[in-house]
Each structure stands twice: as structure tokens, then as C-alpha cells.
Design a protein around this ligand. Sequence first.
Ligand code: NOJ
Length: 547
Amino acid sequence: MCEAKRQAPWWERGVIYQIYPRSFQDSDADGVGDLAGIESRLDYLAGLGIDAIWLSPIYPSPMADFGYDVADYCGIDPMFGDLVGFDRLLAAVHARGLKLLLDFVPNHSSDLHPWFVESRASRDNPKRDWYIWRDPAPDGGPPNNWISDFGGSSWEWDETSDQFYLHAFLPSQPDLNWREPQVREAMMAVLRFWLDRGVDGFRIDVLWHIIKAADLPDNPINADWTPDRTQRDRLIQRYSTDQPEAHAIAAQFRELADSYGDRVLIGEICLPDDRLARWYGTVDRPQVHLPVNFHLVENTWNAASLRRMIADYEASLPQIGWPNWVHGSHDARRIVARVGEAQARVAAMLLLTLRGTPTLYQGDEIGIGEVMIPPDRVRDPQDLRQPGLGIGRDRSRTPIPWDASAYAGFSTVDPWLPLNEDWRARNVAAQVQDSSSLLSLYRSLLALRRSHDALAIGDFTLIDSADDVLAYVRRHAGECLLIALNLGDQTQPLTLSQSLPTEPCVVEVLVSTLLASTLQPSHLAFRPLDAALAPNEGLVLRLKEKH
Ligand code: NOJ
């Protein structure tokens, strides 16, 4: 695991920041964020200390799934701007030494995409096979039992051409047929279009869905399903996802990305460790650089289960596999809503000190919590189609509150989704000025990561600790940092000295989740190694050996 000799690429050291463009900054008073708005906030992001920005989709779209229904892969939706504005944004991002990643949505398009309009026009249209069309089952129903991720059958009947078409998500998001060579060529051209413009890589939407078992067999019934779970979970997605042929497609994407140099591919893939690890590919035939690891979103928030999960994930990685971590997204419940205010500070330290590339979701740095969306303002199609399950995603997509002015400085009109209720107090401007804020903690941790290779690229070892404590060591080039996180609300002993491989005599506190901000070198706090951890306290300690 020694990283000392290797020159780490930017995406291994770097921290990615996810922007949900509709909700970042509105510049043209329509209540929806846009590219010019993002450009106007770049100094904030540079100051925060992140390295790359990933934009959720900005392409022309009817917005049935808020941009994940693409009607033109090589354009910009007028709501967000245009290609000139995109090029300006990209140049401005690069001018600040940051990278820009786009969201690539290859599994499905919008039903308004000209490819699908042609495909559905008639059975003998040259683009018919660009999508997945089938005759009804003998009983006249859908061709198989597959269930859409957003509820209901995955098949939609098309009156025009008298066949069903497949859609893993909304009926207005037909799945493309990746067994059709022309689809592959068209999509590779899309990637080249953006790479030629200078984008630094892609997050690839639902990559593990991209190709289905050729004869589309029924999926097995999930015997563990209970009515509080989504309709999709009634079945095990054995034949609709994670097919062997998908890996060759990922490898083709990688070959293209590599031909452009230092670009990165991040694959959205929700699978258990052993199957996730396969998406790295091999040294000779690599696939995506980062198959997304969702464990921090899904895992129970306690030290024992986090420790087990981290150990299992680390152990599952192939030799070429660089880890990655995320604890929030536009799809997941906010981290504060899941773990509470006090633990959100510990979560920030965990995300930014584990081994691997972290992705930070917009608004998590100021601790936006649960936002109640009144029923008449619900927009998320997943929630509208399966109400009452508590799976709504609008609550994580609310606009960024920048300051305490009207509409929180996000817009000059009522935004498309409500603001967090506490926006007058919880906003970026307020937290920038407050050295004890969550935002200040994030900035401290990001700065620490940048200045300590042990955190960015160092080795990782879990350390035995008290039950509610998660502790690990990061080492690089002679530096040794100990991270100790109290996952509970009781004081915990930090009796670590026996578990450490070498015995240090000096312990400096570099960051505490409970202290105001990063301690300057001249004020470094020294403490005995076997001192206690306060409730909900997380510490980054530098251990120095006796001289
Ligand atoms: C995953 C995206 O993150 C989600 O927002 C979207 O609804 C689905 N893929 C479908 O594209």
C-alpha cells in the first residue's frame, strides 16, 4: 500500500464538489440556478479548498427528471445558458486551477431526444434498434416482470408502433440499446465533443445499468421485500443491471478518456464490494478510475459498523483501485438529517481523512438539514410516483442560502424549491464569518488535506479503540497522523498507545471538530495520547516519535 514512489494524479489527491446547477445560484431571476450563477460563485469554491467541480446535467431537457432526461447530449439547456456561457465557465474554472466534470447519462435519453422520436416513428425506422423494443408477452402484458426504479413496470406501450419500450426510470426516459454499435459510436462522439472542449472528465450516470441480459429474462423475486421498501426492490435486478458486457463498454470509455491525458471517469455504480471492485478493470484494460462507493450514505452511523465497512471496502480494492467516498448527493437524504448536527462535524472529518477521493455535495458544508417540502411543492418524480415512502429527493435539492438577503441571495424571485427553513441564520455569509461554524471546519479540513500528503495520499491503518470510537492512522513519508472520532455523545477514553505500531511521545492536535478553527503551527495544542475524547469529538493528531 506504500504510495511513496508513485506520482499521484490530481483526482487521487483532489476533492470533488458536486453542484446541482438548478439550486446553486440563479443569475437571471427565474428562480432556477444557471451557469452564469455558478461562474459568479467560483471564488467561494476556490476559497473552500476543493479541486474539481462535478455538474449534474446541464443539457437541453424537458426536465421530467431534472436533466437526467437528456434531449440533446451536445447542448446546454437555455435555462442554464448556452455553449458560449459554458466555455466561459470552463475557462473561469481552469483559471482558478480547478477542474470541471460533466454528468454523462448514457443509459437513457429523454423521449423527446430526436433519436427516440425517430426510433418510435415506425418499426422499420433506421434508429428503431437504438432503443429496446419488444412485442407484448403472450398474455398481452409487458415482455417481462422488470420494475422501474421509479415504480411501475419498466415497459411502456407505444401506440404509434404497437410495441413496448424499456425504461429503467420514467417512461419519458427510454433506455438506449447499447448492443447497437451505432449507439456506441454516437455516444463516443458525445464524449469527444466535451473532451475536445476541455472538460476534465465525467461522472457516468447509472453505469451498471448500461446493458441488459440479451434475452431479457424475468428478474428473480426478492423474498426479503417489505411494503415499506420501493417497488423496484420487489425484484433482484439480476438481468437488468451489472451484465458482463458492461465492463467492455466502461473500458472503451476509459480508452477514450486516457487518449486525452489527465481526465477522470467516475462511475455511478450501486453494488456490493466484490462486484463494485470489478469496475476498476485491470492494469492492461482499466475501466473507470472511481467506481462510486456509497457506503457512507448507506451505512448505519456507529463506530463498529463503520469500522467493519471501511475494512471490508479497503480489503476489496484491487491493486490498481484507488478508493473514493461520498456522504451526500442530490439523491440521498442530507447527512445532517441522517446523523444530526453534532455528528455532522465528525462526518466531515471522516469524509476528508479517509484514504481516497472525497466528493462533497453542495450545501453539506453549511449543514443544511432536513427541509420539509410542502405537498404542493413536491417536484421529484420518484416521490410523486411512490408517495409516502419518505424517498423524496427535493429535500436535498433546495437552493443554497448564500446570505440573509431576500431569497437568501440565491435568486431575486421565489426559487423553484423552498429554502431551508433556518436560512436566515444558516447561510454561507454567516458561516464564513464564524470560526466555529461547520463551514470553517470544512475549510480547515480541506486546507489540512492539501498541506499533508499523509491525508491526501498516505497509507491507511485502522486502530483498535473504545467501542464508540473510530480510529485510524494515515502515514506518508515519515509523517504519521492519527484520526480519532467519537461517534457517540459520551466521553470516551483514547487509550490508543498500545495499538500504535510505534510509540510516539509528542501528540499535536491539528484539528478538533470542537475547536474554533485550524490551529496555527505556533499555537499547536499538545496533549497526552491517552487523554479522553469529548462527546462527538473528532481529532486529527500528529504523532511524533521520540528523538
Ligand atoms: C441517478 C441520478 O443520480 C438520479 O438523480 C437520476 O434520477 C437517475 N440516475 C436516472 O438518471
